[in-house]
Design a protein around this ligand. Structure first.
Ligand SMILES: [Mn+2]
Length: 269
C-alpha cells in the first residue's frame, strides 16, 4: 500500500518560441546572495555577453526572497539592475524555485522579466521541452512536500508579506542559521531526487519529449524512456572555499542542433 497521495498532473503553460529565436539559455540554482560576489558577477557578465535570444531562469536564482520591497536597495537592488539590463537586450523568463517563490509580479514587471509558470512547455524547433524547477517532483521528501503545500497557499504569502521587512529578513536569517546548523551536525545537506515515473507522467501529459529541471544540484543527462530525455541543470558557486564543493557554473544551451552544456559567457571573475 502506498502512503503517498497520487498528485494530479499539471497542465503546463505554453511558451512557443518566436521564429526569430536561434538560441535559448537555461540556468537555475545560482542561489545569489551578497556573500557570493563572484557568483553574482559571473551571472551579470553572462547576461551581458551571451549570444542567446532568450534566457530562461528555472528557479532558486536567489538564495532567499523575502518580498519585492527588499529590492529597494542593497544586494537585491544590484540583482534587479543586472536583470533589467539583460531584459533590455533579450527575452528573460523567470520561474520561481523553493527559495525564491515569493518573487512577485511587481519585481518581475520592474525588471522587464516574463513570468514562467511551473511547469512550462517551450516549443522550439522539433522538440517540446518541459521546464520545471523540480522540487514539486521530489516526492520522497514528504516533510518538504507538506511544507511546500502550506507556503504556496496565497494566504500564507499574504500573511508573511504583511510583516515589516526587518521581521521578514529576521525570519530568513533564522531559517538560514537552522540550515547551517543541520549541515554542521548531519553533514552536507543532501538533496533528494525527482520521482522518475511521475516525471514521465508529467511529460506524457504535456506531450513533451525533453525534460529540463534544476533544484537537485545533480547536473546530468538521463534517458527516461525511448525518445525521452531529462537534463538536470547545474547549481552555481564560484565562491566556494571547500575542496568538497569545487567551483561550478554552467548554462544549458538549446539551439536547433540540440542541447549542450556551456560555461557562462564572458570572462569569469
Ligand atoms: Mn530548489
Amino acid at each position: 500500500m502506498s502512503v503517498r497521495a497520487e498528485p494530479s498532473l499539471p497542465t503546463p503553460h505554453e511558451l512557443p518560441a518566436p521564429a526569430s529565436w536561434r538560441c535559448v539559455d537555461i540556468l537555475s540554482d545560482l542561489h545569489l546572495q551578497a556573500e557570493l560576489p563572484r557568483t553574482f558577477e559571473a551571472f551579470r557578465t553572462h547576461l551581458l555577453h551571451t549570444p542567446a535570444d532568450a534566457v530562461l531562469i528555472l528557479g532558486d536564482l536567489f538564495e532567499v526572497w523575502v518580498g519585492d520591497d527588499a529590492a529597494a536597495d542593497g544586494f537585491e537592488h544590484a540583482c534587479a539592475e543586472a536583470l533589467r539590463e539583460a531584459a533590455r537586450r533579450r527575452w528573460v523568463g523567470f520561474m520561481a524555485g523553493n527559495r525564491d517563490f515569493l518573487v512577485g509580479p511587481r519585481f518581475l514587471e520592474s525588471c522587464g522579466l516574463h513570468a514562467l509558470p511551473d511547469p512550462t512547455v517551450l516549443s522550439f524547433g522539433p522538440h517540446r521541452y518541459l521546464l520545471a524547477h523540480g522540487d514539486a517532483l521530489c516526492l520522497d521528501d514528504v516533510d518538504y512536500q507538506r511544507f511546500r503545500a502550506q507556503v504556496r497557499q496565497p494566504a500564507w504569502a499574504e500573511q508573511f508579506l504583511a510583516q515589516p521587512l526587518a521581521a521578514r529578513r529576521h525570519v530568513a536569517a533564522q531559517l538560514r542559521q537552522a540550515s547551517e546548523e543541520r549541515k554542521r551536525t548531519q553533514g552536507t545537506e543532501s538533496y533528494g531526487d525527482i520521482d522518475p515515473p511521475t516525471a514521465l507522467a508529467w511529460l506524457r501529459h504535456a506531450h513533451a519529449d525533453v525534460f529540463i529541471h534544476g533544484h537537485t544540484h545533480k547536473p546530468a543527462d538521463h534517458a527516461m524512456a525511448p525518445g525521452v530525455v531529462r537534463h538536470v541543470t547545474s547549481d552555481w558557486d564560484l565562491d566556494a572555499n571547500d575542496p568538497a564543493h569545487p567551483h561550478r557554473a554552467e548554462v544549458l544551451r538549446i539551439t536547433l542542433a540540440g542541447v549542450q552544456r556551456v560555461p557562462p559567457a564572458g570572462p569569469l571573475p
